[in-house]
Design a protein. Structure first.
Length: 423
């Protein structure tokens, strides 16, 4: 599975790319195209642990963010191939469909990079009105009813992620009304970090510019099975590939239907070939517990963490480290709880570590007091807010200003904040 929006971690390949010559070649191919189109190179975002975090890129350089997401997906595909892991079927989510097609040999890595640049230019030329996405914790049929009740111009159901989440798309003013109505109905609504109303006819002008700019891109029939959520079927021909490309920006994404289809056909192991673990979370909440989910790059670290994730999911990989590269485990890169002056009591930190480990599915020993929940573990802001609300309820804490809560991005800082609020 190849994720789309938001699937970025700064420096996620820092300890991994030295082991894979193909990774360096992929990044070079992408950067050659990116620079030729007037953008700054992407590789530093993925190879430098001090690269700008997701929120900073969203606010100051979202174009480069889209390119970085594709680059991570492309390298993840090379990484899996390099260790002998090949999927029976590939699925992309939203913009991730382009990565699935390139991994299947239908498009070259360089051509997808060129298409990503053309997509950026299409938005600039079309200048669509300010819009975005809101995730509702309801099934698609309920989201459809909510959209119908509001009857706002440009408001559409955009993405069906499963029984527990549907994403609606539209102008900012309409999304404000969605959030207000959702609150009145007791439905959790989360504004996603996106600049445009994706998967919405509002982007038709941009989609037209994009189509015209990509007509000369060479496409091939996929060499590996690709199931397209946008098409609702397998991509079997060059005509199918072009249809995915043309419809990707404005068509709704019935991702849940795609998961159900491949599950019924026997798929039981789902590997997220990108940063973070948004898609594995969707699978866990949407499909029976018999399935296995593997977030390949859920956090920063070395090749050992990739191999351990695959092994825990029952997937055998074949890899030997290059003799000139020393593998540094994640445990040696990060500090332990005892090394950090976190301010909060040891008992409180232990309790918080157990709570977060249980909710996030990480081993407790991995959650050092100074490890950043987003930058190091890929826990998005919506999940962090939900977790802190649970902490607030468990300890009987008062309401917390959003700014203070957002600053608490490590367990040590969360412990400090809890101690402060208890006083």
């Amino acid at each position: 599975m190849f994720p789309g929006q938001g699937a970025y971690l700064p420096g996620v390949l820092a300890e991994r790319s030295p082991h894979l010559p193909e990774a360096a070649q992929t990044l070079e191919a992408i950067d050659e195209v990116v620079v030729a189109h007037g953008h700054a190179p992407i590789a530093p975002l993925l190879l430098d642990r001090d690269a700008p975090p997701l929120q900073e890129l969203l606010e100051s350089d979202s174009d480069r963010l889209d390119l970085a997401i594709y680059a991570i997906n492309a390298v993840a595909a090379e990484l899996l191939a390099g260790i002998g892991v090949r999927g029976d079927v590939l699925i992309g989510h939203s913009f991730g469909e382009f990565a699935a097609l390139s991994a299947a040999g239908a498009l070259t890595v360089a051509d997808v990079a060129r298409m990503a640049c053309a997509r950026i230019e299409a938005f600039r030329r079309a200048a669509p009105e300010e819009g975005g996405l809101v995730a509702l914790d309801v099934p698609a049929w309920r989201a459809d009813h909510l959209v119908g009740v509001l009857d706002e111009p440009g408001l559409h159901t955009a993405i069906d992620n499963g029984p527990e989440q549907t994403v609606v798309s539209g102008p900012v003013a309409s999304l404000d009304k969605v959030e207000k109505l959702a609150m009145e109905l007791g439905v959790r609504a989360t504004r996603l970090r996106a600049r445009y109303a994706f998967h919405n006819p509002l982007l038709s002008d941009a989609a037209d510019h994009f189509r015209q700019a990509t007509t000369d891109v060479t496409v091939e029939a996929p060499r590996t099975a690709v199931f397209s959520p946008v098409l609702g079927r397998y991509v079997c021909s060059t005509a199918d590939v072009r249809e995915v490309v043309v419809r990707n920006m404005i068509a709704p994404v019935p991702f849940y239907d795609a998961l159900l289809t491949v599950f019924r056909q026997g798929a039981r192991i789902f590997i997220e070939a990108g940063a973070r673990q948004a898609l594995t979370g969707i699978v866990r909440s949407s499909l029976p517990s018999a399935v296995t989910t593997i977030p390949l790059l859920a956090s920063r670290g070395g090749m050992d963490s990739v191999l351990e994730a695959l092994e825990a999911g029952g997937v055998r990989a074949h890899w030997e480290p290059a003799s000139h590269v020393s593998e540094q485990p994640l445990a040696e890169i990060t500090s332990t709880a005892e090394d950090v002056d976190h301010g909060g009591s040891a008992n409180l930190l232990t309790e918080l570590t157990a709570l977060y480990a249980d909710e996030l599915g990480f081993p407790a020993e991995m959650l050092a007091a100074d490890i950043d929940l987003e930058a190091d573990l890929g826990v998005d802001s919506a999940k962090q807010i939900a977790l802190f609300e649970r902490v607030r309820g468990q300890y009987g804490l008062p309401e917390v200003p959003g700014r203070r809560r957002n600053e608490a991005t490590t367990l040590g800082r969360i412990a400090d904040l809890v101690e402060e609020l208890r006083r």
